[in-house]
Each structure stands twice: as C-alpha cells, then as structure tokens.
Design a binder for this molecule. Structure first.
Ligand SMILES: [Fe+2]
Length: 318
C-alpha cells in the first residue's frame, strides 16, 4: 500500500469569514461556499474544507493546552492513497484494533494512537512538474540574456499541502510507531523531542512531524509547498500586506532544508509556506539530532530573528 500525502484537510472554525479570506489570500482557489462552510482547492487538486466549529458532523477538536486554540483548529486529516486495494488494506489493518468507519463516498475514518482523527481515500491528485528555477552563480550561468522569474511580482498559489505537525506531549514514540508500523511511514530524522516521517508513497523529507513539549497537545501547523524561494517570499509578503501576522520567518531550516515563512491562521494553528525541501528515498540516512548540537532543528539564517516565535510559550495567537 502507498500513502501519497495529504489529500484533504478539515477545519472547524469559529468565524468563517476571516478564515476563508486567509485561505484565498494564501492563494487557494475557492471552489464552493455556503452557510455550511467553504471549500478550497490546491494546484495538485487536493482540498481544504472549512466548517463551522459547531457543526455536529465534525470530529471533536483535540487541541489541549490553551482553551482558545480549540475554537478554531484542524479536526481531521485525510491521507490520499494510490489505489482502492491500498484503501482496503489500510481499512483491514486498522480494523484489527480500532473502529474504522466508511462514509457514503467510500472514505475511511479512524483515530490514530494519539487520538487525532484521520481519514483515507483514493487520491484524486494530479502530479505537478515544474521546470527548475534558473539561477546564476559564480562562473555557472543557467540564465543568459534574460531576467530572473523572481523579478516579476505575481500572485502565487500553493501546489500541495506537504506536511502536518502535531504536538504530542508524552506520546512521541507511541504516536510515531503507529504511523511507521501500521501505515508504512518511513522515519527520516529523529531527536529526543521530534519524529520526522514521510509517507511511503512520497519522497518529501517529511509529510508528518510529531513534536513533544510538556503540556502541549494537538494540531500545530500545516505546510504548503510553493515553487521556489521567490514564491515563498511572494506569498509571505502578500500575506503581511493583507494584514496577516507572521509567526516565524522568513528562515532556512537545517533539518529538511526548507525556506519557510509561517503565518498565524485564523482557521487554526499556523500555515507554513515552504520551498526547496530535501527529496529523499530509502537510501536516506536517518539523523539523530541532539538538542545541544548547533545543527539541531533550527535555522541557518533568519531575516527577522526577533520575529521567531516557534517556542511553545509563544504559541499564542494574540
Ligand atoms: Fe513545517
């Protein structure tokens, strides 16, 4: 069985209007809107769905540390799989020790070992392949007699939802074991407080990160992939111009290499714009990072170090 990546994200939000406007400013295509909620599509044909927080059809909110963070948050992550056979295999595997519900569309719904609501469906994604960004460097010139693409400011749109991050308090090993042993995720990097994993049908450095921090539990952020460095800058600059607040960024991570810019999402948690993630396969050597090492999950540069607010104590939307 192969899990290809995030297929659908289902949010329960307190106030639909700003949450919907945030997604549109982020560059998503609005495909449906009504009193019940708003639906958006990404460029690879995967989707994001906003519903009213009180919608009885939603799974419950699972954020536990600051009560106000539960009012708008991710309620369910749906993973896309490569075939009906894979879908059936996942259903059979999870049915061994938990309830698996099948809805009228054939989507499976279950709960992972951390208590987060997950679903599975046959993927409807389309593969997007973009040409490499042409960059000139010292003595090597990919681009001659023409300006860089990044010289032309434009609205940009995310290609896919690349990864999810959850706080898991004390369930780091237990939570990771479920995804690795039951769903075939591949570990890619570890630390005493983090487990990076990629879905087995995806070569991104990570499609899921579980992060341990005392007292923190629940959805933290979802990351959307843009073409390149310039597109991340275009996305972040546009969001700030529309009045949205930066959480962290722009930065370059060391683990996974991404250039990233994080913004507070009124629909819940944080949204990350990223580009240039490590592409890995089964030859990747899993790293074990020590938080005391300078190479630990951090940044090689940060444009505004004072704006770095990734520490949990600061994970408060003000
Ligand atoms: Fe991320």
């Amino acid at each position: 069985m192969a899990i290809l990546g995030i297929e659908q994200l289902l949010y329960g939000v307190e106030d639909l209007e700003p949450s919907s406007r945030f997604q549109e400013d982020w560059g998503m295509e609005r495909v449906d809107a009504g009193a019940h909620g708003t639906d958006f599509r990404l460029q690879n044909n995967t989707t994001v769905h906003l519903r009213r927080a009180g919608d009885g059809a939603l799974p419950p909110a699972t954020v536990r540390w600051l009560p106000h963070l539960s009012r708008s948050t991710l309620r369910e992550a749906i993973w896309g799989v490569d075939s009906e056979i894979s879908l059936q295999a996942i259903g059979a595997e999870l049915s061994r020790d938990r309830e698996v519900k099948t809805d009228s569309s054939g989507m499976l719904h279950a709960v992972d070992d951390c208590g987060f609501h997950i679903g599975f469906m046959v993927s409807r994604r389309k593969e997007v392949i973009l040409p490499a960004t042409e960059v000139n460097t010292v003595g090597t010139y990919a681009r001659r007699n023409r300006q860089a693409d990044g010289t032309r400011r434009r609205r940009v749109s995310p290609y896919k939802a690349g990864h999810l991050v959850y706080w898991v308090t004390d369930k780091l090993d237990e939570g990771a074991r479920f995804y690795v042993e039951r769903l075939g995720f591949r570990p890619t990097d570890n630390s005493p407080v983090m487990r990076f994993m990629r879905a087995n049908g995806c070569n991104d450095h990570h499609t899921l990160l579980l992060q341990r921090e005392p007292g923190l539990w629940g959805f933290q952020h979802v990351a959307y992939e843009y073409k390149d460095f310039d597109e991340v800058m275009f996305a972040g600059c546009h969001m700030e111009e529309q009045g949205w607040k930066t959480n962290t960024g722009p930065i370059r991570h060391n683990i996974s290499s991404t250039c990233s810019w994080y913004l507070w999402n009124p629909g819940g948690g944080v949204a990350e714009a990223y580009a240039d993630m490590d592409y890995v396969d089964d030859n990747w050597v899993v790293g074990n990072y020590d938080p005391k090492d300078p190479g630990f999950y951090g940044v090689s540069w940060a444009v505004r170090p004072g704006a770095r607010r990734a520490r949990p104590a600061e994970w408060i939307d003000d």
